[in-house]
Each structure stands twice: as C-alpha cells, then as structure tokens.
Ligand binder design. Structure first.
Ligand code: ATP
Length: 253
C-alpha cells in the first residue's frame, strides 16, 4: 500500500534521512521507532508531502506521491496527527471534527455561502458524522467544550477523531501517547486496534515501548536517519544492533 524506496533528505549539511526503504501492507499497524533526532517526524513529513525528498520514490496505492502538495496527498487518503497537538482551540470539539470532514465536502463554496438546501443537508450529515467520530474516540460528552479547555489526553483523542473524519486509508500518528497517563495509554491502545478494525492502516511514531510492542505487527527502527532494523516486535527486541544501540537509553522495554 505504501512503499518508500531509497528515500533521502538533507537540511543544509545534515542528512536527516539517508536512503530509507520500507513497505506497509493494507490493514497493518506499523511502528517507527528510534532515539530523538533519528528522523521519524521528518519521515512523516516526507510521506504527507510537507517535505519533498532530495531523492527516492514514495508510492501510495501504486501511485507516486512524493512532490505532491499535502492537500493532494490527504485527498488520496493519508492523514496524520502531530507530536504537538494542532487543534483550533477557539472551536468546540465537535467543530474541530467537522473541519476534518469538510475535506470531503461535495457542496460548493457558493451553495454553502447561500445556505442552499443541498449545503444544509450536507452540513447536517457532517455534524452527525462528526458526532459519531467523537463517540468512537470516547469524547461525545465533550462535544460542546472548546478544544483549548480539554486536557491533553482528550486533545490527542480529538486530533485522532478529526483525522478519522477525513476517511483516511492510512493514518499516521506522531507520538499519540506523549503526556498520557497509564489509563489513557491503555484506552489509546484499544482505540488503535479499533481504528485497524475499521480497515484503516496505522503508521505510528511512539516512544512508549510497551505500547509499541503491544500494538505494532511490524517495527522499523531508525537511527541517525538510517534504517537500522525492521521486523516483528519479538525480532526487534532480540535484534543485536537495536539492543547495542538502545539498551540503557530511557526506553520502557
Ligand atoms: N526543518 C528542519 N531544518 C533543519 N533541520 C531539521 C529540520 N527538521 C528536522 N531537522 C533535523 O533532522 C533530524 C531529524 O529530526 P526529526 O524531528 O525527524 O527526528 P525525530 O526522530 O522525529 O526526533 P524526536 O523523537 O525528537 O521527535 C534532527 O537532527 C533535526 O534537528
């Protein structure tokens, strides 16, 4: 479904990603791990079109996507959340999810502005769908709260709901467990499985190793912009280079 073939990018003299190749199958939960500065977020930015690789090819559903603007890549079904939550703080939780859904709106701007019946019907459908995504992530009771007033754990869930509202085929989650307590992390784990059960594939960057090992069916390890290892959680935990490079670091293995 997603394939990176020898992808690389430099910032000035720094080679942030060096010749990285890996694939993702449909329906998979794959994790991208590695120490700070390994290049994980940069790889997300390359896949979502926020950055263009200096070399290499990225294909999604057999179509080349590198070089396309982010909105075109989003329209093909790749959506992401951010390490630092990016919500509209002055909008309610429900309105934030409706914004995600508007990516798929059919009624034109003009009919929307004129409040024509088709636009009104679509608005009602969007509101209902947004409600159901809020329910899906367990936030229906917070629908009318301003996003800025929600605790961080809820903001992360809201960002996931907004991403799901775009009907993604592939969802990229950048450190979704950062700042969550154990109960919230446990709920997040269930949510990731529920997203997979909806037929959405998940690529996850996460520092919480116990969560990563439990949810991912395959893991890619990056180190200094290079692919160090790839395999099942069991293989990665036994991988000599991963052990040599990371044991002793503050990973919760
Ligand atoms: N826009 C940029 N300009 C210059 N250097 C950058 C830019 N973005 C990332 N880098 C550098 O590229 C390297 C990879 O950064 P990246 O944020 O992708 O790492 P990461 O694995 O996501 O780290 P973390 O776990 O801390 O989020 C780092 O050395 C970083 O400083």
């Amino acid at each position: 479904m997603l394939e990176l073939n020898n992808v690389g990018i430099s910032f000035g003299g720094l080679q942030a990603i060096k010749g990285v190749s890996f694939q993702m199958r449909e329906g998979q939960i794959k994790a991208l791990i590695g120490p700070n500065g390994a290049g994980k977020t940069t790889l997300f930015n390359l896949i979502t079109g926020m950055l263009k690789p200096d070399y290499g090819v990225i294909t999604f559903q057999d179509q080349v996507i590198q070089g396309l603007p982010p909105f075109r890549i989003a329209a093909r079904g790749i959506c992401r959340t951010f390490q630092i939550v990016q919500l509209f703080g002055h909008l309610t939780a429900l309105e934030n999810v409706m914004v995600g859904r508007h990516v798929r709106t059919k009624a034109g701007l003009l009919s929307g502005a004129l409040r024509l019946p088709a636009a009104k019907r679509e608005e009602k459908a969007i509101r209902e769908q947004a409600q159901s995504w809020l329910e899906f992530v367990g936030l229906s009771s917070r629908a009318e709260d301003y996003a800025a007033n929600l605790p961080l754990g809820h903001q992360r869930l809201l960002e996931i709901a907004r991403a799901l509202a775009t009907n993604p085929i592939l969802l990229l989650l950048d450190e979704p467990a950062a700042g969550l307590d154990m109960t919230e992390t446990e709920k997040l784990k269930e949510l990731i499985f529920a997203i997979q059960a909806q037929g959405v594939s998940v690529l996850l960057v996460e520092h919480d190793m116990s969560l990563t090992m439990e949810v991912a069916d395959e893991i890619v390890v990056l180190d200094h912009g290079e692919l160090l290892a790839e395999g099942t959680p069991r293989e990665i935990q036994k991988h000599p280079e991963v052990i040599a490079a990371y044991l002793g670091r503050d990973w919760q293995m």
